[in-house]
Design a protein around this ligand. Structure first.
Ligand SMILES: [Zn+2]
Length: 74
């Protein structure tokens, strides 16, 4: 859906990208790399289908994927 901008569930092309922007009620959808309060957090970008309500979650930056891998993965 992120790449095609087309919903895999209903086929709608009415896709909205929701970034992690505290000013627009969409914050809080992050991955924290430790339990510390000021820990590095990775924003999770959401894609919402306005046709059926389906939502996808994406980490968009390659560097952020590597950070998660190092801090949490394997
Ligand atoms: Zn849909």
């Amino acid at each position: 859906m992120k790449n095609s901008m087309r919903c895999p569930k209903c086929g709608s092309k009415n896709i909205v990208r929701i970034s992690d922007n505290p000013a627009r009620y969409s914050s809080g959808n992050n991955i924290y790399l430790s339990r510390l309060t000021l820990a590095r957090k990775i924003p999770v970008i959401r894609y919402v289908c306005c046709g059926c309500g389906y939502v996808e979650n994406w980490i968009e930056a390659e560097s952020e994927l590597r950070e998660i891998e190092r801090a949490i993965g394997r």
